[in-house]
Design a protein around this ligand. Structure first.
Ligand code: 5GP
Length: 203
């Protein structure tokens, strides 16, 4: 009854998922799953906060030891969700946010069907492209790679449970939408299968 919800938030580059998730994490009711990765830290990123930065050997050892809830290889690096941390957060009643790409999200749903899959999207592909170019922090090649990736991933939207659009300046609204989704999901009858029997048994 008091277990937290496993929430997967996916979104293409430029969807603002980091900002939106940051707003959710202002509340103690939410926790963020720190993934393991073999990619190098970017400037400003902190080990244990953004990711657990590990070697390929270590990552492969974790896979063999079944320490990952899911993992994927993305642009030449491993990324994966540590299983134990996720289960501990859920058992502590936290809503656990996994900020992961589409393939990983679908794998989570397979092994943990109670997960809620949310896709965060810019209002349109054209707006996404404008946002990426506006950042001016990435090379043209990287921008094109991310846009191509979006074309490949978006058909999988049909396997998600919810889509939330992030209009310009809309991060607060998106966070509100996700809190509303979580609130409704916690009341879903399929999450309360024994409710009828318990109703008569409880004094
Ligand atoms: P970045 O290198 O930009 O931090 O992440 C690249 C992509 O990997 C993003 O779409 C991010 O959401 C995704 N990602 C981060 N951690 C994980 C993870 O643990 N598992 C999976 N499947 N994807 C992840």
């Amino acid at each position: 009854m008091n277990k937290g919800l496993l929430i997967v938030v996916s979104g293409p580059a430029g969807s603002g998922k980091g900002t939106v998730n940051g707003k959710l994490l202002e509340s103690d009711a939410y926790a963020f799953s720190v993934s393991a990765t073999t990619r190098a830290p970017r400037p400003g990123e902190v080990d244990g906060v953004n990711y657990h930065y590990v070697t390929r050997e270590d990552f492969e050892r974790r896979i063999r030891a079944k320490e990952m809830l899911e993992y994927t290889e993305y642009c030449g690096n491993y990324y994966g969700t540590p299983l134990r941390e996720t289960l501990e957060a859920l058992n502590a009643g936290k809503n656990m946010i996994l900020e992961i790409e589409v393939e990983g999200a679908l794998n989570v749903k397979r092994v943990y069907p109670e997960a809620v899959l949310i896709m965060l999207l810019p209002p349109s592909f054209a707006v996404q492209e404008a946002r990426l170019r506006g950042r001016a922090t990435e090379t043209e090649e990287k921008i094109l790679e991310r846009l191509e990736r979006t074309r490949a991933e978006l058909p999988e939207l049909s396997h998600y449970d919810y889509v939330v659009y992030n209009y310009d300046g809309g991060a607060d609204t998106c966070a509100d939408d996700i809190r509303a989704i979580v609130r409704a999901e916690r009341c879903a009858v399929r999450r309360h299968r024994t409710a009828a029997a318990e109703y008569f048994e409880t004094h």
